[in-house]
Design a protein around this ligand. Structure first.
Ligand SMILES: NC(=O)c1ccc[n+]([C@@H]2O[C@H](COP(=O)([O-])OP(=O)(O)OC[C@H]3O[C@@H](n4cnc5c(N)ncnc54)[C@H](O)[C@@H]3O)[C@@H](O)[C@H]2O)c1
Length: 297
């Protein structure tokens, strides 16, 4: 007998809350508003919210100038998107939350526990965390069946994939609804059957990165040649070393450390060459030097 797929409750999603107005939260909020959902972006202070608003308005206005979006769509999205520092008041009237606050388990657990107190019973609580699997926050709530990871990629306005990751207690209806929402956002859903640190896309990147570092370490090829192989032979838009410089050597290092803290497996630890680069303070493009050296322009 084949199982009937669980029905999504997308029809109940009228209002979306995005917690955090940083790199990810701000753009996710605009994705939601552009897709037609009444959306509120919440942060702990007015300043990041105003910065996010200005940056988003600049981006979508430029999209109109370049003919990528219509002026009407952008005006309507701006109308639908609001900004607030009053989390409880917003969450009390929302149907789904995408938490994109700082990557810190204690902060996230506090957020999930407090949201659980004020959110309506039907409200789904998701986290955009790249490393913290949702079971780590679900048990801070009384509704673990309505909690999962909804993982966007940077920059969220551009990148197509959204990983939907259930924890052991997430209901099939929650998964169906979050998948339907991601599709309504115009995204391509990558559905995982169970949670695992790093999910699917970042684990594949990590495997390629590890092999690239091993090849460099063994003296098989230099940074430029390994990147050339990824681009010219595998058709990747960037080589693994170029990508580390773009993402930030510090970020790449801290992701490995965070995974090690979750798994306790030494295989998760940062590669010795990555550790040395991190300790040298050469973080990539942001410091002007990483695996490559960058000029001001
Ligand atoms: N940066 C990336 O490339 C990327 C990609 C995918 C997922 N993520 C995940 O998204 C989340 C956010 O990452 P980011 O890069 O946008 O971080 P960021 O540092 O740019 O932004 C975090 C924002 O959260 C706000 N914040 C802190 N505590 C808060 C609270 N209690 N309530 C509401 N807002 C709060 C901060 O003021 C800040 O504006 C993290 O969990 C991260 O793992 C990041």
């Amino acid at each position: 007998m084949t199982e009937t797929p669980a029905a999504s409750s997308l029809g109940r999603i009228q209002h979306v809350t995005v917690l955090g107005a940083g790199t990810m939260g701000s753009q996710i909020a605009m994705v939601s508003a552009l897709a037609g959902f009444s959306t509120t972006c919440v942060d702990i202070a007015a300043e990041p919210l105003e910065r996010a608003r200005q940056e988003l308005w600049r981006r979508v206005d430029r999209d109109v100038e370049k003919g990528r979006r219509t002026a009407e769509d952008v005006a309507a999205a701006k109308e639908r998107l609001s900004f607030s520092t009053d989390r409880d008041a917003v969450v009390a009237h929302t149907d789904l939350v995408i938490e994109a606050a700082v990557e810190n388990l204690e902060v996230k657990r506090e957020i999930f526990a407090s949201m659980d107190q004020v959110a309506p019973e039907h409200t789904i609580l998701t986290t955009n965390s790249s490393n913290i699997v949702s079971s780590k926050v679900a048990d801070a709530t009384g509704r673990p069946e309505k909690v999962c990871n909804m993982h966007f990629f940077n920059p969220a306005l551009v990148m197509q994939a959204v990983e939907v990751v259930p924890n052991g207690q997430t209901s099939a209806q929650t998964v169906a609804t979050v998948k339907a929402l991601a599709e309504a956002f115009g995204k391509t859903v990558v559905e995982l059957k169970r949670e695992i640190p790093g999910f699917v896309a970042n684990r594949m990147v990590a495997a390629l990165r590890k092999e690239a570092l091993d090849l460099l370490d063994a003296g098989v090829a230099d940074v430029e040649s390994i990147d050339a192989a990824a681009k010219a032979a595998l058709n990747h838009p960037m080589g693994p070393f170029e990508l580390m410089d773009l993402v930030g050597i510090d970020v790449a290092y801290l992701i490995r450390q965070a995974e090690y803290e979750q798994t306790g497996d030494e295989a998760s630890l940062p590669h010795p060459l990555l550790k040395a680069k991190y300790e040298s303070g050469d973080y990539g493009r942001k410091t002007g030097k990483g695996w490559y050296t960058y000029s001001e322009d």
